[in-house]
Design a protein. Structure first.
Length: 330
């Protein structure tokens, strides 16, 4: 995003990079619907939200990412994917092709997904490349147990059968893939001037050549780092959604809940028996009303919701209700 805003609008730039284990969701996606957040925590997989669109992807050091920045007038959704497919065909002996969804696939299985961002003058294409990623970890992280119960306005990911390049080539690795893509990029845009970047270091001196104003195009300031790491960006950016909880079977009642969420915070919470059920006794009615009164305003996460609902725990029925709702927020 920094390069998109700060680099020469006429320049073609190729960025090749890797991440520690993480799930990256698109700008308009819902993390509660896209991910198993409890599994992410248990497996030390971080959650990030990018500024571009598209679906959720899993990164680890077995996955290499490529970003190509270019003038907006030269952008098309298949252009960079075709370049990567040629790189695999010409320099890695992997019979890759581009699908109708602008992904790179081999043998009917997806090895690379794409996301895009366009401004008035610039555009970029993000792509993943599964080389030797932990696919078992990937599948566990990208399957939300609540997906069917969430009605969301955001963009849903489209699941596809995936594979690693290692399934088709013993010699492919991060370095070989980067070399292949660089060679195809150079064939299209002329000799390249590599700049190696340590993302933890600020500033990055040689990258200043990328910025016509002389500022360091790759040095991300502390404010930008804090914004991208903040809960309000990773979770609060989520478009409005409704989580419907059924199956609240208690020895004393059967209940359902409808929780509306705005910018990652509970907007309303309604817990009620079925329409044809008899009216609940006063102490149960008080528990239902207490949840409807206390939960709005809480972040949609277990810790904040638990703190809001703590005053209700003196009553056994209310405590059971709270535990049922908190389990769904975990």
């Amino acid at each position: 995003d920094r390069l998109l805003r700060r680099s020469d609008p006429r320049a073609h730039i190729l960025l090749l990079w890797r991440n520690r284990p993480c799930v990256v969701i698109g700008r308009n996606q819902n993390p509660w619907k896209e991910c198993d957040l409890a599994a992410l925590r248990a497996r030390d997989v971080w959650l990030a939200r990018r500024t571009s669109g598209g679906g959720a992807v899993y990164h680890d050091l077995g996955n290499t990412n490529y970003t190509v920045l270019m003038p907006r007038a030269e952008f098309s959704r298949d252009r960079c994917a075709q370049m990567v497919a040629r790189a695999l065909q010409n320099h890695a002996d992997v019979p890759a092709h581009v699908t109708a969804r602008h992904d790179v696939a081999v043998g009917g299985r997806k090895v690379s997904g794409s996301a895009f961002k366009l401004t008035t003058a610039r555009a970029f294409h993000h792509g993943t490349m599964l080389i030797d990623a932990d696919l078992a970890r990937l599948h566990g992280c990208l399957r939300s147990p609540h997906a069917a119960a969430i009605e969301a306005r955001g963009v849903d990911s489209v699941p596809s059968p995936v594979a690693n390049l290692r399934d088709f080539s013993w010699s492919i690795d991060h370095a070989a893939f980067c070399d292949a893509v660089c060679r195809e990029f150079a064939a299209a845009h002329g000799p390249v001037s590599p700049v190696h970047v340590d993302p933890a270091a600020e500033p990055v001196g040689p990258a200043a050549k990328l910025d016509p104003d002389g500022a360091d195009a790759l040095a991300v300031d502390a404010e930008a780092r804090a914004r991208l790491a903040a809960w309000d960006w990773r979770y609060g950016q989520t478009p409005d959604f409704v989580h419907r909880l059924d199956g609240g079977y208690f020895s004393w009642a059967t209940l359902s809940a409808t929780i509306a969420v705005h910018r990652g915070h509970v907007a309303s919470a309604v817990v009620a028996p079925p329409p044809d059920a008899s009216a609940p006794p006063p102490h149960v009615r008080a528990a239902l009303d207490g949840i409807a009164h206390l939960l709005p305003g809480a972040r949609y996460d277990r810790a904040d919701a638990a703190a809001r609902l703590a005053p209700l725990r003196a009553d056994r029925h209310a405590a059971e209700l709270c535990d049922w709702i908190l389990a769904a927020l975990d």
